[in-house]
Each structure stands twice: as C-alpha cells, then as structure tokens.
Design a protein around this ligand. Structure first.
Ligand code: NAD
Ligand code: DAU
Length: 362
C-alpha cells in the first residue's frame, strides 16, 4: 500500500512541508530540483550547512521558486535543529546531509561521527518531539549507502538482508546512523524508510570523487591517480536515476522497509578511467591514446574495499523502478556537463580544494 505521501493536496493551506537535508550537495541538489519542479503542492525546505561540498550554484535554476526555501544550518547543532522543527513543522524529512568522502574520513573520522551520527540523531529527536502523538502522519526517510554492507569478493551481491560490515570510518558512521534510524522506529514508533545506493556519478559531483576528479585532470593534462592496481570494482548509477528512486520510495515505499538502489553496472576503476580517457580525447579533439598516458598508479587507499555490487531486484519488482540510462551514455552526458560548466568547476576547485588535493596526492 502506498504511504501517506502518495495523496496530493492542491490546497495551499494544506501544503505538505518536506525538509530535505544536504540539498546543496551533489545528490541532494538533484533531489531538491526533482521535488520542487515535480510537486508544486509541496513546500520544500532545503537545510544545508554549505560545507566545502555544498554549493548553492547547484540550484541556481530553481532558487526563486515560490515553494522552495533554503535554510543555512548545521545538523550537529541540536538546539538549532529543535527550533527549526518547531518553527517549520515539516511533515516529512528526506535526510541526505552527510560527510561523504571516504578519503576524508580516513584523515578526519571525528567530523564524520559528528555529522553522520550525531547530526542524524538530532534530526530524529527533533522530528519525534513535534510528530508525537501523530507519528503515523509523518515520514523520516534516511538516505544511506551500499558501503554499510562491507566489501564483496568477486562473487555475490548486497541484498537488503546482508549483515552490516562497514570497513571505513565513513561507512561505519553511515552504518551507525542507519542503526539509530531503525532504533527510533522500534523505540519511538517514528515512521522511517532507508535506502542504500551504490556509487553515483553525474553533474554537480564534487571533483574529489573518482569520475569528476579524472574529468578535471584530463582537461588540465594532470596525472590521473589510480589507487593500487585499479582492480577495485564499483557499481555506478547516474545521479538522476538515484533521485528518481528516492522519489518513488518516498511516495510508494513501505514504512519500516529498506530498499537497495543500483543499476547492475559494475566496473573496475581502471576500465572506467580508460573509458573516460577515450570519451574525453574525442570531445577535446585530442589524438586517441593521449589522455591514457596521464594514468598514474599511486599508493592504495587504506582498507580499500575491493568490490560493491547491489542487488536491486526489490525496488525493481516492488516499485517498478528501472535505471533510465546506460553507463556509456550517462558518462558522456556527464563529461559534456563538466565541459560546458567550466566556471562551476573553476569555482569549486579554487581555494581549499588545492590544499586538499596537495595533501591527498602528495
Ligand atoms: P555531498 O558531500 O556532495 O553533499 C553533502 C551535503 O551535506 C553538502 O551540501 C553539505 O554542505 C551538507 N552537509 C554536510 N555536513 C552538514 C551538516 N553538519 N549540516 C548540514 N548540512 C551538512 O554528498 P552526496 O554525494 O550528495 O551524498 C548525499 C547522501 O547520499 C549522503 O548521505 C551519502 O552518504 C549518500 N550516498 C552517496 C552516494 C554517492 O555515490 N555520492 C551513494 C550512496 C549514498
Ligand atoms: O558506494 C557508495 C559510495 O560511493 C558513497 O556512499 C560515497 O559517498 C561515495 O563517495 C562513493 O564512495 P567511493 O569511495 O566508492 O567513491 P570514490 O569516487 O572516492 O572512489 C571510487 C573508486 O575509485 C574507489 O575504489 C577508490 C578509487 N579512487 C578514488 C579516487 C578519489 C582512485 O583510484 N583514485 C582516486 O583519486
């Protein structure tokens, strides 16, 4: 049975208020854009601290929309979050705000513990305080990752029932937040849902992550750092397809359930980077093989998970979700976007990015 948010009210007085956290980040900005443009009967609050990864330029096209409101704030600040919930009284929360980069979690685990664990608990507490005693009219939808399941060998897939086995400070903090979300359902009866998605790629991804980092470096003729032998496998999904899955789960998912999201699209890192080099040589009018010469094998990531692979049959069979793009098509669209949005790339790679880059790849 679809949940409460499947019904639609056009009455301005009864507008459903949806609080999306982390909406200025990569995935969050695609979710905010989809909800603001597709559901004019909602009022969308976007709560974001605007860390290095949050960028209001990601939402330029919808910033003036009358049913959209940006709120700058930190989810680790409990009194602020409590006040915000009392004042805005959101009907539902879609929680994406997080520290999201594994390499940064290896250098500074505490900021991941604060944002990803404490921040999530602050949101749960604030929701509980204003939703009681009518909990069942509400929804706390937590966006998580496939990394909570750990690392796979060469066979098998992550199912929704796979036991948690996080291996990095990032994935341990996300796993912990998932546990807290489920505990708040069991103990306080908050209606929750969780989805665990595989690696996303696409427009607006911060160029610390493999694909945009390599696009930026190929463009600037800089080395392409491949950790270890490039044999690690990730399961890639175009970000808009993740946003579509979030929309579907939010409106038609079952309360208390977990949904895995992925496109059955596994690639070794080295193969992806070689494909990117070929696409970019073509787009930049360079001779075939030029960019591949930039590939440089560097020291492996500490505790580097070998393989992630999502079994997405549950969301496909129960909710009818399907990815809309083939990987090669999505990658080409992504390259086109980065090449067409040079000033976006320049803005996010100026300043602190240079310092991060030098420390990470020295
Ligand atoms: P991102 O790093 O691009 O964006 C995170 C956003 O959260 C930024 O806008 C940042 O400003 C905001 N934020 C960080 N700390 C905050 C705080 N204390 N208070 C308020 N806002 C804060 O991340 P992303 O890649 O868009 O990931 C979004 C969510 O999806 C995360 O929860 C992540 O774990 C999950 N996820 C990501 C992927 C992926 O491939 N990127 C895959 C599966 C799940
Ligand atoms: O699986 C979902 C997760 O995917 C999300 O939860 C995370 O938020 C997101 O960052 C991503 O994590 P990964 O660690 O898999 O993504 P990243 O782009 O950092 O790395 C992808 C692969 O490429 C990984 O095996 C490490 C490798 N890599 C990465 C970088 C940045 C390199 O070889 N060189 C690099 O410079």
């Amino acid at each position: 049975m679809p949940n409460k948010f499947a019904s639609k009210s056009e009455n301005m007085e009864n507008k459903k208020k949806i609080l999306i956290t982390g909406g200025a980040g990569f995935i969050g900005s695609h979710v905010v854009r989809l909800f603001v443009t597709k559901y004019p009967h909602y009022h969308i609050y976007n709560l974001d601290k605007l860390t290095y990864a949050g960028n209001l330029e990601n939402l330029k096209d919808i910033e003036g929309h009358k049913h959209y409101e940006f709120i700058k704030g930190d989810i680790t600040d409990a009194p602020f979050i409590q006040r915000l919930f009392e004042e805005t009284r959101p009907d539902a929360v879609i929680h994406l705000a997080a520290e999201s980069h594994v390499d940064r979690s290896i250098k500074d685990p505490l900021s991941f513990i604060n944002t990803n664990i404490i921040g999530t608990v602050n949101l749960l507490n604030a929701a509980k305080a204003i939703w009681e005693p009518e909990m069942d009219k509400h929804l706390f939808y937590h966006i998580s990752t496939d990394e909570v399941y750990g690392s796979l060998d060469h066979g098998g897939f992550f199912l929704e029932t796979t036991p948690y086995d996080p291996q990095s400070p990032y994935s341990a903090s996300k796993a912990s937040s998932d546990h807290f979300v489920r505990a708040w359902r069991n103990t306080y009866k908050i209606p929750i849902m969780i989805s665990n998605c595989s690696n996303n790629y696409g427009p607006y991804q911060f160029p610390e992550k493999l694909i945009p980092l390599c696009i930026n470096n190929i463009k600037n003729n800089k080395p392409l750092p491949i950790y270890g032998k490039g044999e690690n496998v990730r399961d890639w999904l175009y970000v808009v397809d993740h946003a579509r899955a979030i929309d579907l789960i939010f409106h038609q998912g079952k309360i208390g359930e977990t949904y895995n999201i992925g496109g059955f699209n596994e690639w070794k890192n080295i193969d992806i980077v070689q494909l990117l080099c070929r696409i970019m040589d073509q787009k930049l009018g360079r001779a075939e093989g030029t960019s591949e010469k930039l590939i440089t094998f560097v020291k492996d990531r500490a505790g580097h998970d070998l393989r992630y692979a999502i079994d997405a049959h549950k969301i496909m069979n129960e909710l009818g979700w399907q990815p809309s793009l083939q990987f090669e098509e999505g990658l080409e669209k992504t390259v086109d976007w980065y090449l067409a949005n040079e000033s976006w790339l320049q803005n996010v790679t100026s300043g602190n990015y240079q310092k991060y880059y030098e420390e990470q790849y020295k």
